[in-house]
Design a binder for this molecule. Sequence first.
Ligand code: JHZ
Ligand code: ZN
Length: 415
Amino acid sequence: MMIAGAASVTEQVCRSCGGSHIDTFLKLGTTPLADRLPSSIDDGEEEPVFPLSVAFCGDCSLVQITETVNPRILFADAYPYYSSFSQALLRHSRDNVLDLIERRGLHSGSFVIELASNDGYLLKNYVEAGIPVLGIDPADGPAAVASEFGVPTHVAFFTRELAESLRRQGVRADVIHANNVLAHVADTNGFVAGIALLLKDDGVAVLEAPYVEPMIEHCEFDTIYHEHLCYFSVTALDKLFRRHGLYLNEVKQLSIHGGSIRLYVELQERVGASVRDLLAHERGQGIDAIDYYIDFSATVDKLKIDLSALLHRLKANGASIAAYGAAAKGATLINTVGIGRDLIDFVVDRNVHKQGKHMPGQKIPIRSTEALLEAQPDYVLVLAWNFLDEIMEQQAEYRARGGKFIVPVPTPRIV
Ligand code: JHZ
Ligand code: ZN
């Protein structure tokens, strides 16, 4: 847990169960913060770096990083991630909302809360349907955009204390959304306890998180960065929720973000086949034991070597290379592989809040996507490979003119 004021702490026990059997199986060295984008190549300011190591808990099976960076450093200061820059994510979120409105019979008397509501990308769909909402998010930039969309947003970290205070004011929700946030929270148990406090007796919490199995199977090691404290299996989640009187009753596997799970969590226990099946699958695969994770480090090392060799070979043959997506995962990739300005001329991104800044550590400049047609580099390394289809479609012209994409995971390939 966080020591107030410290920049980071190294955890000695499991974030979820408090057990002391945590074994580190991957060390990525020290890296800068993935969403802290320097304004200039040399602003005279030393970029802070923190250790990035991944461990398995032998008591509850949770995969987790061992360093906790102070959330005020990670999220509150000019946090540049805005959800609404991906059409695929917007469609995905809208479908989720429409499905819940129908399945749960939500109406103007219902109430929906989203934790980490960002720029209102999801809740705006409820607002359109006349269903009252409250967004909670600590990042003031995205929250200001949400308010413009008509999504009331409380700018704060969601904690057990905030949940208690809202509950005292009579706030209870039919649906609580929490997408890609549980893994980001240092007080894992406090966050889940807060959800339990704010659900109506027959309410449902609908959470999404990247799934640990595809991360390991597809070598998505770049999704490891300091914001992501946990890498969830259903086995670990089931234990976490039960500790707080919540039940993981249904789970869906989703393709978003390289492979995610959507969890339906309620105060009543009615565990369905989807959960029982995935628990059995994880036992069968050994996801609940350290052995499953042991080879990962060697697989990651091979990918790093292969990608570096590919880029150096192309460059030695006179090719020019840019990159697509100033994604947080891109920061891990370029800093752990060692991909600098000697290899990549610039990174493009549609997010206007990232343009004009630089990639962490390697300080590669970030430009608008128009730069691809202007410069027509021979190759583009796709850092946001999770949105490859959307990016390929959007960059049809770049490709028609002979441009090629390099996809880094699961093994580097040119498409
Ligand atoms: P993207 C984010 O991680 C943030 P990131 C966060 N840490 C998290 O948990 C995961 O998602 C799940 C740009 N883009 O979303 C937008 C284009 O330019 O994959 C983004 O900057 N054009 C909370 O940052 C970046 O790429 C496009 O057409 O690793 C994608 O980043 C599209 C589709 C995206 O994740
Ligand atoms: Zn544990």
